[in-house]
Design a protein around this ligand. Sequence first.
Ligand code: BTN
Length: 265
Amino acid sequence: MFINLNYTLQNNIFLALFVGQSLVKLHEVDSTNDYLKNLLSNSKPLIEGTVIMAEYQTAGRGQKGNVWKSEKGANLTFSILLRPSFLNVNQQFQLNKAVSLGISDVLIEILGKEAKIKWPNDVYFNNQKLGGILIENTIKGNFLKESIVGIGLNVNQKEFDVNDDRATSLSKILHQDYDLDKLLSQICGAIESRYLQLKANKNQLLDKDYLRRLFRLDESHQFEIAHQNFEGVIKGVTPSGRLSMQLSNGEQMDLDLKEVKFIFD
Ligand code: BTN
């Protein structure tokens, strides 16, 4: 179910060759990921790189079943259709890397400072969350078929829910608003570049850049693992996308998203 108040198909001047060349802008929808999923299941012929963006989502979804809330018209909430059929299922985390690198490439350019990637693929600036990514894949045999890459980025929102004390926005950091269409175009271009690196098998480069931007890499911090607090150090990410941690008690663990929580002092 989705509400489609206004539907426009635009062919803008974009910084990308295929990501965002077909752009659907909606005033309101439940979730851009679900909208794109619906279009695909209705066998609509959609070209790779199609972007669905919404001014407002009534049921935006985040990772781990969380809700993604975003003020109407203030931020970017959009989904990109990719067809990474060259990726084996056991390499699917490389797509997360490529997308989070693309977004952080743009943020670093805008902020002039290092935006970090909080594993697995949140974008952080100074211990605060600027945005998140929700990638939903379909698989054919041992390979990926289609990926819906959902991106929520806080751009011009000034106030956040009291429970969202980790949230920030570009405008809160820069003390000025940023043009949403321009940012969308920049991000589509940067994701496309990183995606083409992935397609060209430049995995070493992606791994190196991802690790270099990884939030809290090689730093000692508190983490919650199986409802207990531990002092640990992030050492990297396994090929399947698990977080490699070295605990202060000497134990080494590879954890998935449900098994570990970052603790902020
Ligand atoms: C997270 O940080 O948990 C991921 C948030 C992803 C939110 C985006 S907004 C556009 C797309 N549509 C959704 O319903 N979710 C993603």
